[in-house]
Design a protein around this ligand. Structure first.
Ligand SMILES: Nc1nc2c(ncn2[C@@H]2O[C@H](COP(=O)(O)OP(=O)(O)OP(=O)(O)O)[C@@H](O)[C@H]2O)c(=O)[nH]1
Ligand SMILES: [Mg+2]
Length: 726
């Protein structure tokens, strides 16, 4: 449902501010040349042909970003090849083929890989996102921990075509109810573990927040739940009303009244979406800024988990002087369920180090040490940089670098210069040192080998099938058949056979999938039970040996590993049965065409559909009572006396904590994985049916037959993308 807000009192000024006009970019700052000189001094030690060029040739932000996208060139070239074939097909005589070609073309252009930025509170996620979109100051940095807003920035050549420029989605009534009545997951957890005082504290804090919201929005706020606000344009001020809540916006002396509009909707806003047109970008990109994860309420943990799930790539932003401390095990748990190639660690704020060149390798070693404790995270890529430096490069405000800060940059630049491949100006050098170009290169590299490759393959296969269908239709053309003495093609029978093939393929898939689900449920349940038994046995043993007063903890990592591997087995199984079904569909369809046209099946090599992959089980990383060893959990069991009755209580509590994870895994991951594969198979058959209908239309003489693509050019385009479809 969309709630149409009464026109804002002051209409939002048009279009998003651009770095160069709003952030005061006036080209490189000429008032203070000190850092420029300093950076240039570094050039003297640089090897031949590399180093710092004169400041005169300062690049524009567009040029700085141009370098960021260079790595995408090979993928874009391959995309052109697929587009060539689609161009050929759009010359086809029949409208259905033309429509399908237009649809496939759209699937290529509308493709928008997404990246979720997660990290510690105040690591600089928002500042980094602002730098990555070239608009310092766009999203408010320093968002109050109460805010639960995930902001998705949709960038790219298509962003200008979105129906609106900004959309702010409010909590659903159920989410809100859960958060404010029960205190979210943390309240449930506290209540379950019998930590009544903790539960009460959370409840009181949430009640206070609810009151504030009511004061700010009046009773109207309940009407906002489940709705969204949409705008044709936005500016930083408008965004602040939704995503940036700070107590500073309240005037306590004034009875807590909001002093102005800022943060007005912040506690009821769940998500913000902004569209930022970038005409010159080779493809779209969605960057998701999330609130820091180590908050006490764990409301945001759930939100972060959802945000990670919705993106294929995840950037963990750490602060250089905080790197990975034990507080961040929650963060590590979240990423340990994502494939390591899909995680990048970005250590931000290196400008705050006193000696980055020396400290960076030390920080890297320490992070690697922490990552090594989690299986699968050993080879995560770690990058270093500074959103602050990126901002300086984008705004050209080098004069803001003074004294010590300039010295740090200079020393780091000297250290890094030998790695430069060519001569650069000071702005470009700072941009490079900011790590933003390296981060883009890493991200585009992952996109090109992952999601974009899959999309390209899916569309290439679909385009090949359209081309094959087009050929079959040409061969089945009654005029042509009459000329060569061939019998007319029975398209009605072909359509019936295709329907029968679809029923067979899908029902086989359904049966195999049902079996895989049952096996997964059984396997996961067994792992769960055995974990509960082992944990309870360990607790009893501890009590027998040490009594009730010695602290005890039990690491739930084992449960997570078992559930993860159980899920991976399931995901592989679904992939296999999906591929078998796709293969059967393609071979079956090829045989039907060949039979109908009296040719060898080889003549119509139908491609199996490209299938979606199962999403990684990020939810396994969510915090459970056993993770909170130092706080409630210890108190929970210290409050218990007489451990005979203790064990069943413990078993029941941990079961109540962990059973929802299994349920969510089944309903939120396993079932949707199967449904997505089934949809792809059904879409394959829909295309085939469409081609047969087109053939029938020709046969019935309902279509004028314009020349269409030349067979040679079509074959040529097909042969070029054969390798992409394979
Ligand atoms: N010196 C320096 N300060 C930075 C850098 N990046 C961010 N900051 C500052 O650090 C503070 C926090 O930055 P944010 O971008 O709001 O951090 P965040 O990770 O989004 O914070 P939360 O959303 O609250 O978790 C702000 O005052 C920023 O100006 C950086 O690279 N260098
Ligand atoms: Mg932030």
């Amino acid at each position: 449902m969309t709630y149409a807000e009464p026109e804002p009192a002051e209409p939002a000024p048009p279009a998003a501010p651009r770095a160069q006009d709003d952030a005061g970019r006036a080209g490189p700052d000429t008032e203070s040349t000190e850092p420029v000189v300093a950076v240039q001094a570094a050039a003297e030690n640089a090897p031949e042909g590399r180093g710092v060029a004169s400041a005169a040739s300062s690049p524009t932000p567009e040029e700085l970003f141009g370098q960021c996208h260079e790595g995408l060139a090979p993928l874009v070239a391959e995309r052109e090849e697929v587009l060539d074939l689609l161009d050929q097909l759009s010359l086809s005589a029949d409208p259905a083929t033309r429509d399908a070609a237009a649809r496939d073309r759209d699937r290529l252009y509308a493709f928008e890989p997404s990246v979720t930025m997660i990290g510690q509170v105040k690591a600089g996620k928002t500042s980094l996102v602002n730098a990555m979109v070239g608009e310092p100051g766009l999203l408010p940095a320093d968002v109050n921990p109460w805010t639960s807003v995930v902001t998705s920035l949709h960038l790219g050549p298509r962003a200008g075509q979105a129906p609106h420029a900004a959309r702010f989605t409010f909590f659903d009534p159920e989410d809100w109810e859960r958060l404010t009545r029960k205190g979210g997951r943390v309240g449930e957890l506290a209540a379950r573990s019998g930590a009544a005082d903790e539960a009460e504290k959370v409840r009181r804090q949430i009640e206070a927040m609810r009151e504030k919201t009511r004061a700010r929005l009046g009773r109207r706020f309940e009407m906002l739940l489940g709705t969204c606000h949409e705008y044709g344009s936005y500016d930083a001020r408008l965004i602040e009303r939704y995503v940036c809540l700070g107590d500073d916006f309240f005037d306590e002396d004034d009875g807590g009244e909001a002093v102005d509009d800022q943060g007005r909707f912040a506690d009821v806003t769940k998500a913000a979406d902004l569209w930022l047109p970038r005409e010159d970008w080779p493809m779209g990109l969605c960057l998701r800024d999330t609130p820091g994860v180590n908050d006490t309420f764990m409301m945001r943990e759930q939100i972060t988990i959802r945000a990670i799930r919705e993106s294929r790539l995840c950037v963990v932003v750490l602060s250089a002087h905080q790197a990975l401390s034990s507080v961040d095990m929650a963060l590590i748990r979240l990423i340990s369920n994502v494939r390591s190639r899909e995680v990048i660690v970005f250590v931000n704020r290196v400008d705050e180090l006193s000696d980055p060149a020396t400290q960076i390798p030390e920080i890297e070693a320490s992070i690697r040490g922490t990552l090594a404790t989690q299986k699968g995270l050993e080879d995560v890529e770690i990058l270093f940089g500074s959103a602050h430096w990126a901002t300086l490069a984008l705004t050209g405000q080098l004069s803001h670098l003074e004294g010590e800060a300039a010295d740090v940059l200079l020393a780091y630049a000297e250290h890094a210069l030998p790695e430069m491949e060519r001569e650069v100006g000071p702005l470009e050098l700072i941009w490079w040192l900011s790590g933003v170009p390296a981060l883009y290169r890493a991200l585009w590299g992952r996109v090109a080998e992952g999601a974009a490759r899959e999309r390209l393959q899916q569309v290439a296969r679909s385009a090949m099938n359209l081309a094959i269908g087009h050929r079959a239709a040409q061969e089945a053309d009654p005029v042509r058949l009459a000329a060569t003495g061939g019998a007319p093609v029975d398209t009605a029978a072909l359509a019936r056979d295709l329907d029968a093939l679809e029923r067979t393929v899908l029902s086989r898939f359904d049966a195999a999938f049902e079996q895989a689900m049952a096996q997964a449920a059984h396997r996961l349940d067994r792992s769960h039970r055995s974990f509960l038994d082992r944990a309870t046995a360990a607790l009893i043993k501890h009590l027998e040996i040490y009594g009730e007063d010695a602290p005890w903890s039990y690491d739930p990592t084992g449960l997570r590993l078992l559930l993860r591997s159980g899920y991976q087995v399931f995901a592989r199984q679904v992939k296999k049965i999906g591929e078998e079904a796709g293969q059967a569909a393609a071979e079956g369809a090829a045989a039907l065409y060949a039979g109908a046209l009296g040719r060898e099946a080889e003549a119509f090599r139908v491609q199996p559909p490209g299938l979606p992959r199962a999403a990684p089980p990020v939810l396994l990383g969510q915090t459970i009572a056993l993770d909170l060893q130092s706080t409630w959990w210890r108190r929970w069991w210290q409050r218990r006396r007489g451990y005979a009755a203790f064990a069943p209580d413990f078993y029941a509590m941990i079961e109540a904590e962990t059973q929802p994870i299994l349920d969510d895994l089944a309903s939120g991951h396993c079932a949707p994985a199967g449904a997505a594969v089934r949809d792809a198979l059904a879409a394959f058959f829909a295309d085939q049916r469409m081609l047969v209908e087109a053939m029938a239309a020709r046969g019935a003489g309902q279509e004028q037959v314009p020349p269409g693509p030349s067979p040679e050019e079509l074959s040529h385009a097909m042969s070029r993308i054969g390798r992409l479809a394979a």
